[in-house]
Design a protein around this ligand. Structure first.
Ligand code: NAY
Length: 294
């Protein structure tokens, strides 16, 4: 359980200049994050642009990250995909590669009944021996995890956690309580990291961590040591940065990748339909980098 506690950046898609998955950039970026002192990585999730990649590409990223970092940190593979068949293929592959846990969003596109979500997650978790972390992200999937389905899932001993990206921090407390405090809760919304931790989240998985990982590591330490005022101050700095990252033309992930480029960490651009940051907005990247470096 201890290995799932801490700061887990959501790993970004690393492309070459042609927009293909880049082995060298993926490995370099994974090593860079490990050197910062993170607890683990969440590979192939929303921030990994999984929704825009085919199965082979997703496997490449899973493999390159595992090859680069080995067992130095905890690796969670996100295997949510449009079909159960593809999710199972990714799950088995992640297990072979030595990943520590699997995670998946509920089925997407068709609005399926809860029973189908139960079977989707169950089929994935029965396909390997790995523990499973439910990914609750209602703002993109349209489904908010209910206590009923959580209880049903908990009957599988393999469900060890929930990554909760819903906005009410109360959900973190409710899920934790429903499991008699046995589940590991991961805070999803980076803007509420401190609040999520105070409501019972043990850890955080976030899409903006990797561009300002020191801030999240520090906030996490301050919470652990009970220095709430300083944790709040860092959260406030983080939120100003997130708002700036989201204020440019182009996607937040493109803005993040431009900042990383300025830090000599070139992981390429984003895949369409995500739009790159262009024109005058590119000049604002320096200001955002300065906010982060402060
Ligand atoms: C993942 O799977 O990549 C994540 O964990 C990303 C979770 C993110 N939520 C969404 C809706 O993308 O980290 C958040 C988000 O990037 C952050 O709060 C900034 O809004």
């Amino acid at each position: 359980v201890e290995k799932f506690k801490g700061i887990f950046p959501a790993f970004y898609a690393c492309y070459d200049e042609e927009g293909n998955i880049s082995e060298s950039r993926t490995k370099q970026f994974a090593n860079y994050l490990v050197s910062k002192g993170i607890q683990g990585l969440y590979v192939g999730g929303s921030s990994g642009e999984c929704i825009y990649q085919n199965l082979e590409e997703r496997k490449l990223t899973l493999r390159y990250v595992a090859e680069a970092v080995g067992h130095q940190i905890t690796l969670i593979a996100h295997v949510g995909a449009p079909s159960t068949r593809d999710s199972i293929e990714l799950a088995k592959y992640a297990e072979q590669l030595g990943y520590d846990a699997l995670s998946a969003i509920p089925p997407i596109y068709f609005v399926l009944p809860e029973d189908s979500i139960y079977h989707y997650w169950t089929d994935i978790l029965e396909s390997t021996n790995l523990p499973f972390i439910i990914y609750n992200i209602p703002q993109t999937t349209g489904y908010n995890l209910s206590i009923q389905l959580l209880n049903r899932m908990l009957q599988h001993g393999k469900v060890i956690g929930v990554k909760n990206s819903s906005m009410p921090v109360m959900d973190i407390e409710r899920f934790k309580t429903a499991s008699s405090n046995n589940l590991i809760l991961f805070n999803g919304p980076d803007e509420q990291f401190v609040a999520g931790r105070l409501m019972g989240a043990d850890s955080g998985i976030g899409g903006t961590y990797a561009v300002m990982v020191e801030l999240f590591l520090k906030a996490n330490e301050f919470i652990s040591s009970g220095d709430i005022a300083r944790a709040q101050q860092i959260q406030s700095d983080i939120n100003s940065i997130i708002i700036a990252l989201c204020s440019l033309n182009g996607s937040m992930y493109s803005a993040i990748k431009e900042v990383l480029k300025k830090n000599n960490m070139d992981i390429g651009s984003v895949r369409k339909p995500l739009q790159p940051v262009t024109g005058e907005d590119l000049q604002k990247i320096d200001e955002i980098k300065a906010m982060i470096d402060q």
